[in-house]
Design a protein around this ligand. Structure first.
Ligand SMILES: Cc1ncc(C[n+]2csc(CCOP(=O)(O)OP(=O)(O)O)c2C)c(N)n1
Ligand code: SF4
Length: 527
């Protein structure tokens, strides 16, 4: 019997995956995608599914692909920049195809609430010639995930579900369906379809291109790509995608009274787009993220005699997140009249490390230890410790992508800088710092790698970390760092002088050192 549940967008996808008979879920944490996996983790016994955090997104993707290869259904989830890390298996699984249904859940973060960039994952789905479903609300998040697993298994392609922060992190009622049983094992027979030697890959890639008309037809006929040609007049038509469709509806007072096309199932339904463009003089395109549909519509030569409006001509802001008010403004409505008084934005304050955070004492020691040098370099990485950028610490100077601190420090050493230090968290180290360290070991680069081991993945909500404590020490030694220069530091105010002394010693050592600054995150301890 159908039930109703109050769910976050992320949770609606998670529950739909469980109800569609997945046997395993794979993920690495990253806002705004984390809650999906956490939901499955909490329910894993009830539904008998495998759910354990992976070391990084590439590993998560490959584990999911292995589950699909065995004939079972699976979901892999990550934030948008995680897909950059998983891009290799993602792109190649577009060629191998899948066996058991496989949904790739990507949460984009327009406006960069907690990310380094605002890339739009629809380009990745397009690049990989796979379907992408973009729900507009929690119910659709549930329904489209079920559809995605069916499509994936039937057409043997990975299917992307793309959401953005607002949908991922807001709650609504969802009507759920009866859970489905899991698939049994049904391995892909040997014969090359998963062995991407050139001889196989060429044939497989041809098949991928031959499958495209079917995938396009599915999108053309999809109920989630709704075309309405009637309207009060034919001057203006609207194309809206995913959650932006809701913003258009809200901005127009609940009903769209002009010809419009709503797109939520990709590839872009070109025939429907053509019909809309033919029917009106001006097309306004409202999409959350990059001007993906708009760029397609403009092409090299825009449709003759038609005015195309969107993010590329300043009709809507090119960067940042859309809101109903932004859309209402662009539609030349009066948001104040429509929405009542606008709310004063909350006063801005930069994020800060928790009082008592171990990272504060680590940075104080680094700052003092390097103060004697004219041009110290401290590269860093992504985690709570990135907040050491802000005053009064002002302790770090880079944060680019996970793991970059160590490799960038190596580059700075090659360029001739001294002293060079870098800071990286324990989870980021396990995610993608280890390979950079391996390279630094091989060259014995003259730098100090500081691994800030607080025993958890603090920034995304204190998830379990892969390597901490003595395991981490052994790991670092196993990568070849000279055992005498693998040092432990206890970042407490009372140990400040000793910490400064330790860092200075390792700066003066001509070669590679690793200092593991170890003290538990206080939020994790509280939990
Ligand atoms: C490729 C990628 N995946 C995930 C994230 C989200 N994320 C930001 S920091 C972080 C890990 C932080 O853990 P750790 O390195 O242990 O530092 P801590 O926050 O505990 O200080 C994660 C998963 C990201 N920014 N990029
Ligand atoms: S959550 Fe933990 S690691 Fe992050 S700032 Fe607070 S104490 Fe520090």
């Amino acid at each position: 019997m159908a039930k109703r549940e109050l769910l976050l967008g992320d949770e609606a996808v998670a529950l739909a995956a469980l109800h569609s008979g997945i046997s395993g879920a794979y993920a690495y944490p990253g806002t705004p995608s984390t809650e999906l996996f956490e939901f499955i983790e909490r329910q894993q016994k009830k539904y008998s599914v495998h759910a354990k955090w992976s070391a990084n997104e590439k590993v998560a993707y490959e584990e999911a692909l292995g589950m699909s290869y065995a004939g079972k259904r699976t979901i892999v989830s990550m934030k948008h920049v995680g897909l950059n890390v998983a891009a290799d298996p993602f792109m190649n699984s577009g060629v191998t195809g899948v066996n058991g249904g496989m949904v790739v859940f990507i949460a984009d973060d327009p406006g960069m609430h907690s990310s380094q960039n605002e890339q739009d994952s629809r380009y990745y789905a397009h690049f990989n010639l796979i379907p992408c479903l973009e729900p507009a609300n929690q119910q659709e998040a549930y329904d489209m995930t079920r559809l995605g697993l069916e499509l994936s298994e039937e057409h043997k392609v990975p299917v992307m579900i793309r959401v953005t922060t607002r949908l991922a992190h807001s709650r609504a009622d969802v009507v759920t369906a009866e859970p489905k049983a899991q698939n049994g094992i049904k391995k892909v027979p040997r014969g090359g379809s998963f062995t991407l030697l050139p001889v196989n890959a060429r044939q497989l890639y041809k098949k991928v291109t031959e499958k495209q008309p079917t995938l396009k037809k599915l999108a053309e006929d999809s109920p989630y790509n709704e075309l309405v040609l009637e309207g009060k007049d034919n001057k203006v038509g609207i194309i809206s995608t995913g959650i932006a469709h809701n913003y258009v509806r809200e901005a127009l007072g609940g009903t769209i009274d002009v010809p419009h096309l709503r797109i939520s199932h990709y590839p872009v339904p070109m025939e429907k787009v053509r019909q809309l463009v033919d029917a009106v003089d001006e097309v306004r395109i409202v999409e959350e993220g990059a001007p993906y549909v708009e760029e397609m519509l403009r092409g090299i030569v825009a449709p003759a005699g038609k005015l195309i409006r969107g993010k590329l001509d300043g009709f809507l802001p090119r960067t940042g997140e859309l809101t109903p008010t932004v859309v209402a403004n662009a539609m030349e409505l009066n948001p104040e009249k429509r929405w009542g008084a606008t709310i004063d934005p909350l006063p801005k304050r930069p994020p800060a490390l928790c009082p008592g955070c171990p990272h504060i004492d680590t940075y104080k020691a680094i700052n003092e230890a390097t103060s004697a040098y004219a041009q110290p370099t401290v590269t860093s990485d992504i985690g709570c410790y990135t907040l050491g950028f802000y005053p009064p610490l002002n302790a770090i100077e880079t944060c680019v992508d996970m793991g970059a601190s160590i490799s960038m420090a190596s580059g700075a050493v090659h360029a001739g800088l001294f002293p060079v230090l870098c800071t990286i968290g324990d989870s980021t180290f396990a995610h993608s710092g280890m390979t950079g360290l391996l390279g630094a070991v091989r060259e014995n680069n003259n730098m100090v790698v500081m691994i800030l081991d607080n025993g958890t993945v603090a920034m995304t909500g204190t998830q379990e970390t892969m390597a901490t404590g003595d395991e981490l020490v052994n790991l670092v030694k196993g990568l070849g760092v000279h055992p005498e220069h693998v040092r432990l530091m206890d970042p407490l105010a009372k140990n400040h002088e000793a910490s400064v002394q330790l860092i200075r010693e390792e700066i003066e050592y001509e070669g590679l050192s690793v200092i593991i600054s170890r003290r538990a995150c206080i939020q994790m301890k509280r939990r």
